[in-house]
Design a protein around this ligand. Structure first.
Ligand code: NAD
Length: 358
């Protein structure tokens, strides 16, 4: 049976970069059915809402969603619920996408793009698995209140609530262990269990889940130390699993290690491995429509789609190797251009990946 792929190009450079990823997916000999729908600002213009019911229905019925990017300053004046970015939150919620996977890979060919010394980062290949739907970002109660008895009694006080239920920790830990099992078999769980009750509970549950995965080596690290180790010796990590708050910060830190935002894919998965795949960057309105955007983050997101939603790991490897091959050939879009390399357009980069796949 054909796999259904919902293509949601979105705004800015979204259409240009998703087009290249669809070309790559179509060239692999798989039985894929693509259907495209508007999302973000494009959907506000066409149908009056950033995530119209027809787009949401298409996404729900698909095996996987290939997402470009949303957002443009021309929508800045809209009410919050009509802003293009609300489409991503709506999709996460409707599909229960609780696991965010963000690889940070630095191809040796691009080692000069990092702000760290090439020998520290060249060949970097880590995966951050961030819990996406719980933690202090969603915990209730929250707000501003009169402080209870204590040193600040009577003053106004802002507060949030951090909590994780056992099932939430179990399922994200399992995603982390499974991902590590497909890679170098090492999982580092990041928490703050020396201070936070929620983190101690997190750690206890992760240790329990580890018994299901005897082939993966589990370690633990406090988040402050993890932030340091990521810049000191990032290649020591294989897979990191962590909560929403810590993962938000660490995944951006890890992304910056690579120095090239146009290269970073991401995936958000639910319990049935249905996933939304998108580049980590935004819609880059400053370069939209000029055929200069780097399509590789989106093509690498398509590789993640193959690996995690279609269970086609060998094809994912092929796509990733094709991307490496074009970098070795010296082809570069503007954002990763260095003197001595060949500057290419978005569509030419897509052509080159297709040729390398042959
Ligand atoms: P951005 O990531 O769109 O752009 C930052 C800079 O990186 C720009 O100079 C841009 O030209 C460049 N850039 C980004 N992707 C590139 C690529 N593939 N190739 C070459 N250069 C690239 O971030 P921003 O400018 O802060 O945000 C622009 C819009 O995108 C905003 O509306 C924002 O809300 C939205 N946004 C959307 C997502 C998403 O859809 N997931 C994520 C982040 C930002």
């Amino acid at each position: 049976m054909a796999h259904k792929i919902a293509v949601l190009p979105g705004d800015g450079i979204g259409p240009e970069i998703t087009e290249q990823a669809v070309r790559v997916l179509s060239a692999l000999g798989l039985d894929l059915e693509f259907e495209t729908a508007p999302v973000g600002g494009a959907a506000v213009d066409a149908l009056g809402h950033p995530l119209p019911p027809s787009t949401l229905d298409l996404a729900k019925a698909a095996d996987a969603i290939l997402f470009g990017a949303v957002g443009h300053w021309k929508y800045d004046g809209l009410a919050r619920e009509l802003r293009p970015e609300q489409a991503i939150l709506g999709l996460r919620k409707a599909l229960g996408l609780f696991a965010n996977l963000r690889p940070a890979i630095l191809y040796p060919e691009l080692a000069n793009a990092s702000s760290l010394r090439p020998e520290v980062v060249s060949g970097l290949d880590i995966l951050i698995v961030r819990e996406l739907t719980g933690d202090i970002y969603f915990g209730q109660p929250r707000g501003v209140r009169k402080a209870p008895p204590g040193p600040f009694e009577g003053e106004l006080q802002g507060f949030d609530t951090m909590h994780y239920a056992e099932s939430e920790v179990r399922r994200i830990a399992q995603v982390g262990f499974r991902a590590a099992g497909k890679r170098r078999h090492r999982l580092c769980s990041v928490d703050k269990s020396n201070v936070l009750e929620t983190s101690q509970f997190w750690r206890d549950i992760v240790i329990d889940v580890a018994r299901e995965f005897p082939d993966v080596e589990l370690t633990h690290m406090y988040v402050d130390n993890a932030a340091m180790q990521l810049v000191r010796a990032p290649k020591e990590f294989d897979v990191i699993v962590t909560g929403n708050l810590f993962g938000d910060i660490l995944s951006d830190e890890a992304a910056m290690l690579t120095g090239s935002i146009g290269m970073l894919p991401s995936a958000s998965l639910n319990a049935s491995n249905q996933g939304l795949y998108e580049p980590s960057h935004g819609s880059a309105p400053d370069i939209a429509g000029k055929n200069v955007a780097n399509p590789l983050a989106t093509i690498l997101s398509a590789a993640m789609l193959l690996r995690y939603s279609l269970d086609a790991g060998a094809l994912a490897d092929r796509v990733e190797q094709a991307v490496r091959a074009v970098l070795r050939q010296g082809l570069r879009t503007d954002d990763i251009f260095e003197p001595g390399m060949t500057r290419v357009s978005t569509s030419r980069m897509g052509d080159a990946v297709l040729e390398a796949l042959k």
